[in-house]
Design a protein around this ligand. Sequence first.
Ligand code: MN
Length: 237
Amino acid sequence: MTDRAQIDDLVAANRILYDQGVVDAFGHVSARQEGDATRFLLARSMAPGLVTADDIIQFDFDGDALDPSGRTLYVERFIHSEIYKAHPEIKAIVHSHSPSIIPFGVTSVPLRPIYHMSSFLGAGVPIFEIREAGGAATDMLIRNPELGAALARKIGVSAVVLLRGHGNVVVGASVQQVVFRAIYTEINAKLQAEALRLGGGEVNFLNADEAAKATSTNNAVLGRPWDLWKQQALARH
Ligand code: MN
């Protein structure tokens, strides 16, 4: 059996990510199941802003739904199944086409932590090139376990990986943390692009020590933005 509180958190995460402009009609968020580390929870294939508790389905590491009941599944569910299989410490995952990060996946400008809220980017932001794992004629989607496994290898210890010409994947140790990271990754990309447009020489990013310390500070207050974002999202949609 799945925990109702965990399902409610995942529903809130779907609504928040839509309300904050990280996902639109596309993108998804999952959580490793509490009490069974070999399962994860993910909505059926639908717009995240419309997800309710009844839409949440249990999956295994093959990306198979335990009880699909005829429901359509996200084509890219293998992002989640393969990352959970390869990285036991990861408890929650967001995949989005978060618009401001797209330029950083297709140019040589690395996404880096421009302020303390996005300090988790200090662990590095690799770019997943689907042509390396899937050849030059894919539809860009992570639509099978092999592509998911290649993506899972690319993440390493990073919190965020960019998918060239597609979007990004954000991972975390909890649903609250992964939502925080997905939102501040989008904001960081906007701010970094703005700093680059200003010109005036090199951008002064957080160094490794600053990034590590700010991350531990932020991890202690994840409940504050979560409560705000959740109330706003559930009131508006
Ligand atoms: Mn996608």
